[in-house]
Design a protein around this ligand. Sequence first.
Ligand SMILES: Cc1ncc(COP(=O)(O)O)c(C=O)c1O
Length: 403
Amino acid sequence: MLELADILEARERVRETSRRTPLEYSHTYSTMTGADIRLKLENFQRTGAFKIRGATNRIATLSEEQKAAGVVTASAGNHAQGVALAATRAGVDSKIVMPEYAPISKVKATESYGADVVLAGRDYDAAAEHAHEIEREEGRTYVHAFDDEYVMAGQGTIGLEILDDCPDVETVVVPIGGGGLISGIATAIKEQRPDTRVIGVQAEGASSAADSLEADERVSIEEVDTIADGIATRSIGEQTFPYIRKYVDEVITVSDPETAVALVYLLERSKTLVEGAGAVPLAAVLFEKFEYEADEVIVPALCGGNIDLNMLTNVIIRGLVETGRYLKIRTVLKDRPGALEDLLEIVTAHRANIYAIHHDRTSREVEMSDTEVEIELEMRGPDHVDAFLSDLRKAGYTVDVLA
Ligand SMILES: Cc1ncc(COP(=O)(O)O)c(C=O)c1O
């Protein structure tokens, strides 16, 4: 059974390899929520996520013989990079199996930390099967991404840092994928400060921990669907579930649009880049997914910053849509000279800035005497959007809001 002592030992083992990440008060989110928000900025960790802590602790506890045989794991994301760097730092050979579709940026990053990357299988499960074959054939040790007490203990060192840097913390908010991160953090916190709340956050489209607690047994989801790929896990671990049951006060879920809004706020207001899984704890606070008091000291743990740039572009646009800063509309005009100008007069009157406009006289969607127009606009917020749409409709335009 994982105990505080294991996490204290892990702290000594990970000290050299991983970074002690900052914890910072946020005036912005404190003002927005009325609580006292301090961000644990684990997105500044080496390799861009907390995974190096658990991997380092796991590898440090291998026997000399096991170290000589090397390690293997399967991962499409942060765990791959964490194991690669942890192994290299310990002078241990690592083989990481990544699914064939894995983004090239992640493959390159993992290789750059010194791992031998093997591309195999169409998805994570197939890659994991291949990694277990390598484990058997080459006698390597499999480093599990979450279902391992040494890994959990390594991740738990984040909990120690939170208590050190914020002794008055009342609530810690932690994302859950397989549950290794929250098991470690919750053990570190609850064994010292049982009254501090630990809240787990999942994506609505990957809610296995929330579902498991409700069913009172581990349940697995057929298909996960979320932009928070770091926590897009079909089921929580066999070993992590007991810790979640024992120590986690509440597990709640957030939607992808809510995650996108938190991510965009973090970029714009805090100048900090997180991935989807890194944004869910702040989303849970901003969208009041659990109850908290005025001035309550809350620490959302932002645990990763590795986001694919294409994904980031989509998430930013989605975040701007949700906050009324981007609007895409479709309307129909009479196909006559000046019709577009009339429409643009309203756009100008509202000082909406045009990103793109598409004027299609050949659309099959409209009458032959009509023209279809799609406009993408930069807006100033929900009130601006409402006033603009209302004036368009008053002027007789039929408007479909596309985004
Ligand atoms: C950025 C980020 N946050 C949170 C998690 C969740 O960790 P766990 O699977 O241990 O619950 C992960 C897992 O990969 C992650 O990459």
